[in-house]
Design a binder for this molecule. Structure first.
Ligand code: IPT
Length: 959
């Protein structure tokens, strides 16, 4: 009998960040040193535990012919059609027992194997050295090259390099990497996202020529008073730095000061330079800028900046956090096109290529360290690794790997210690180290409300009132914090429909200097493409613990299509303010950029009648400097010979193609009403209702004689027309379980808003009207809505006036208030009102008054978890299914091929099966959206309180 000794896997559970790796350094692409990408298909073997297999697979000659294959970069749980386990989604709960640094015995472990030859032109193995670089492996890896154990490491979203020159051979190199899903490092990586093991970023072999620099630090500052840039490149190997366009040619370590154009996120001027050492030429992209904390404000180049930011996780619906360059570029382009000027790399340093794009296109970056220990909140932060000296080396290693890798990016203005890790000495040690290493940037961390370690006060999800108090400096707090600027590193939780209330935040950010803006949570929904479910979220893989669709809370859908929340944000943060009174023919244009003048923009006016542009032309606006305003005269209103509602639409467009947008791309706009909307066509009640045995007839309509229910209009069947108050609760209606405010989803169900009963109190045939009296109320409660439907007609048109009088003590808002009905067939929709996208009371900034067209299907917003969506605001007129509907006052309208109840019951979009009936809601009111899925609910002015209401619609056959 023989016993196998399991391999030692102590490194998996020790506090140490690892062994054998080289010191961290800047990440760059050399112009002439050879490199070999080891991305591609690797052999793969999955084991259930860390010690199931010995290391013989790392030996030359090992036959892995029967192993599976995976793509590197990639996560094994997203490959192999489920054969390699599944993703797990938890927000902050650790999916394993909390007993740091121990992890479960069941620890999925993926052995990865790749055999490679050096290319023919690879430098002779005696020339210089070679480095093997891993840009990201989750969560712990051990590496062998040609049978030699070269070390192991943790720190999933950080680079690790190993010196391997002495181990390489021209052909048949065997690279073996053992990756463990769980490790001590997992305790430091409790970010709200999918747990996705694997080698998910590039693996590269880099030649390091003799005499090449190991590391270098580009210091490029800007003196805004003199307009001078100062460049100094520190390098551990002496060399020269040249910037031809600036006539700079200096030795490393020496400074050169010359007139330059500064780098800003708005004007991302980069200068090409080269660092030449004896062994290598390294291209530099230099941006001159100075970040400082001055007068209690974050200033760049002498001016306070306003962050209009987003939190960005790396995400791709099929590849998880393994992003290709084109996907990263798409993120940056989408952000730039939506007026976003800042990114917080929540909650780990991104793939370094993303930062190159931020430098190039211009985005302010908060680079955040790969650190979160949020799960310790469940035990009142006891044993939190950031307050336990045994973990401090790992924390410092993470800080250094981030700063050293990313220090040469002008776009990075703040370093962030991590997210949701409580407080402790380990964080202080990180902050001290970062401050000491790089005094040219500021340090951010949200968890430290006393600002012991940070250069600004940062919070998440503070409500409007508190933000205003902070703006006014009336928030008290420790002395240390009082003189510091404020940012909301997370706000506007974009889960499902929403976020609401961001325009109200933006007003505060603009009103108070201390408030330097914020970062919407978050950029993208982390839905995973799934054959049956469309996009999967937490729980869809049978996880033992999970947080459902809390992982789908982005401004773009998993496929990166913009959601209405992104359109809203774009409008709210637009860099040009256009305002005025349409009647007096002038507009006031204000430049709200921090640095750029308006010379890149061209302005246009349009004169609209009933939502259609009848004439348009160029508007000449001076190239205002930041902060400046000008009054600009509009032309004489054109004679159009039409009655109707008139307005000016003034737009700011890109004057020419830019790196991120084409000429005519819309940057900002406003509409200035000239004449009021014309009132409803009068429908003189020239006909009265007449009853036969079965039906009541009134003008073009027929009704049930017993119930007074509408049956047809002009021969078109109309089903189930009645008062409606129910909407499929949004994620923000439902609210997060920890919210202390009222959670309306729950409250509405408790009070039966989804099961209102309609009691018929009378059908009256008057001389000029059919009146149907009802009381609409939920079982078990005394609250109700007395509802009267009054129908009149002039023979061809049919008018409905609905009067609603609440009864009882309504302590809750209504989800909506309006009517709904079904139409047998409808496809194209035309409306005069707000569009083109959806809007709700506190998400309506981007809704433009116009004459819009859509199909019923295109009216739907595909929130990953189905919920109320698709309302169009301020509707004056809608045509669909052969009917024309005009309303007074303006109404909200939605139309869908399923009922609200079906929408409410659906868990995924694939649960929604279109029926034959199109269900139409015409709403007098809608409850606001707010941000209660992880923040404050709707502000009081956006709540739909039950109160007496009257609203009318005129129905006619569409011409
Ligand atoms: C906050 C987290 O920082 C972020 O990662 C994400 O989980 C977000 O919430 C919600 O989607 S933490 C929250 C408890 C305020």
């Amino acid at each position: 009998m023989s016993f196998r000794t399991p391999p030692s896997v102590d490194y998996v559970e020790d506090f140490s960040p690892g062994n054998g790796a080289l010191p961290p350094r800047a990440w760059y692409a050399s112009s002439d040193a050879a490199s070999l990408s080891l991305n591609g298909s690797w052999r793969f073997r999955l084991s259930a535990t860390a010690d199931a297999e010995d290391d013989s697979f790392a030996e030359d000659g090992y036959d892995a012919g029967d192993w599976a294959e995976v793509s590197v970069p990639g996560h094994w749980v997203l490959q192999g059609d489920g054969a390699f386990g599944s993703p797990i989604y938890t927000n902050h709960l650790y999916p394993f027992p909390v007993d740091p640094p121990r992890v479960p015995t069941e620890n999925p472990t993926g052995d990865h194997l790749r055999v490679f030859d050096l290319p023919d032109d690879w430098p002779a193995l005696t020339e210089g050295g070679s480095v093997l670089r891993f840009d990201g492996v989750e969560s712990c890896a051990r590496v062998w090259l040609n049978g030699t154990d070269i070390g192991e490491f943790k720190g999933s979203r950080l680079p690790h390099e190993f010196a391997v020159g002495h181990l390489l051979k021209p052909t048949g190199n065997v690279l073996a990497v053992r990756v463990h899903q769980w490790s001590a490092g997992s305790y430091l990586e409790d970010q709200d996202q999918w747990w996705l093991p694997g080698i998910f970023r590039d693996v590269t072999l880099l030649h390091r020529p003799a005499g090449s620099a190991l590391d270098f630090f580009v210091h490029a500052s800007y003196d805004h008073v003199g307009g001078l840039g100062t460049l100094r490149v520190e390098s551990d190997v002496d060399g020269r730095v040249t910037v031809p366009s600036l006539d700079i040619d200096v030795a490393t370590g020496e400074s050169a000061t010359v007139p330059v154009e500064p780098w800003t996120a708005e004007t991302p001027r980069l200068y090409d330079g080269v660092l030449v050492t004896e062994g290598e030429r390294v291209p530099l992209r230099i941006g001159f800028r100075t970040v400082a904390l001055e007068d209690g404000l974050i200033k760049v180049n002498g001016r306070a900046i306003l962050f209009k930011g987003v939190n960005r996780h790396e995400w791709h619906p099929e590849r998880g956090r393994a992003l290709d360059l084109e996907t990263m570029r798409e993120d940056v382009l989408l952000m730039k096109r939506h007026n976003i000027n800042a990114v917080r790399t929540s909650h780990y340093p991104p793939h370094p290529a993303f930062l190159d794009l931020c430098d190039e296109y211009g985005l302010w970056v908060i680079d955040e360290c790969d650190l979160e220990t949020h799960g310790f909140t469940e035990q009142a932060w006891r044993d939190n690794p950031v307050d336990d000296d045994r973990w401090t080396p790992a924390l410092l290693d993470r800080a250094a790997r981030m700063v050293e890798r990313d220090k040469n990016h002008p776009s990075i203005v703040l370093w962030s210690l991590g997210n949701e890790a409580g407080t402790g000495r380990g964080l202080t040690a990180m902050a001290e180290w970062i401050h000491g290493r790089d005094s040219s940037r500021l340090v951010h961390y949200e968890g430290d409300w006393g600002c012991r370690d940070t250069d600004m006060y940062s919070r998440m999800y503070a409500d409007h009132a508190e933000v205003e108090r902070i703006g006014q400096g009336l928030d008290g707090g420790p002395h240390q914090r009082r003189g510091l600027p404020f940012i909301q590193c997370e706000y506007g939780h974009a889960m499902g429909n929403g976020p609401g209330g961001i325009a109200d935040y933006q007003r505060l950010f603009e009103a108070y200097d201390r408030l330097q803006g914020g970062f919407i949570w978050e950029w993208i929904d982390h839905g995973i493409k799934h054959p049956e479910l469309g996009y999967a979220y937490g729980g869809d893989f049978g996880e033992e613990l999970h947080d459902g669709n809390f992982v789908c809370d982005g401004l773009v859908f998993p496929d990166r299509k913009p959601s209405p929340g992104l359109a809203e944000y774009k409008k709210v943060i637009e860099p040009v303010r256009i305002e005025g009174d349409g009647g007096d023919g002038t507009v006031r244009v204000t430049n709200r950029y921090d640095f750029a003048d308006l010379s890149a923009l061209a302005f246009e006016w349009a004169y609209d009648v009933d939502g259609e542009t009848v004439e348009a032309g160029a508007l000449s606006v001076p190239a205002l400097a930041p902060g400046e305003s000008a009054e600009v005269k509009l032309p004489e209103p054109p004679a159009h010979g039409r009655g109707g509602e008139t307005q000016w639409t003034v737009r700011a467009l890109l004057a020419g193609d830019t790196a991120w947008g084409k000429k005519d791309h819309e940057v900002a706009w406003a509409q200035l009403p000239i004449t009021e909307r014309s009132s409803l066509p009068s429908v003189p009640a020239s006909e009265g209702p007449s009853a036969s045995e079965r039906q009541i007839r009134l003008g073009p309509a027929s009704f049930d004689v017993r119930t007074g229910a509408l049956l047809t209009i002009g021969g078109i069947d109309v089903t189930g027309l009645r008062l409606d108050v129910w909407r499929a609760p949004t994620d923000n209606d439902e609210g997060a379980s920890w919210q202390t405010g009222e959670r309306y989803g729950e409250l509405w169900r408790k009070y039966g808003m989804h099961r209102m009963q309609h009691r018929l109190d009378g059908v009256e045939l008057g001389d000029d009207a059919l009146t149907v009296r009802t009381r609409v109320a939920p079982a078990a409660w005394e609250v109700g809505l007395r509802t009267v439907y009054r129908w009149t007609s002039d023979g061809s048109r049919l008018k409905l006036t609905v009067s609603v009088a609440p009864e009882g003590d309504w302590t809750l808002p209504l989800p909506r208030l309006g009517i709904r009905f079904g139409l047998p067939r409808a496809d194209r929709v035309k409306w005069f009102g707000g569009g083109p996208g959806e809007a709700y009371p506190d998400t309506r900034s981007a809704s433009k008054l116009g004459l819009w067209h859509s199909s019923v299907d295109e009216l739907q917003t595909p929130y990953v978890r189905p919920q109320e969506n698709g309302a169009r605001a301020d509707t004056r007129m809608a045509e669909l299914g052969g009917l024309r509907i005009e309303g007074e006052p303006e109404f909200w309208f939605t139309a869908r091929r399923w009922t609200t109840e079906q929408l409410d019951a659906a868990g995924h979009l694939t649960d929604l099966e279109p029926g034959d009936t199109v269900w139409v809601n015409l709403d007098h009111g809608q409850q606001g959206i707010g941000s209660q899925s992880c923040g404050p609910g709707p502000l009081p002015q956006y709540e739909l309180r039950a109160s007496p209401a009257e609203f009318s619609f005129v129905f006619s056959k569409d011409a």
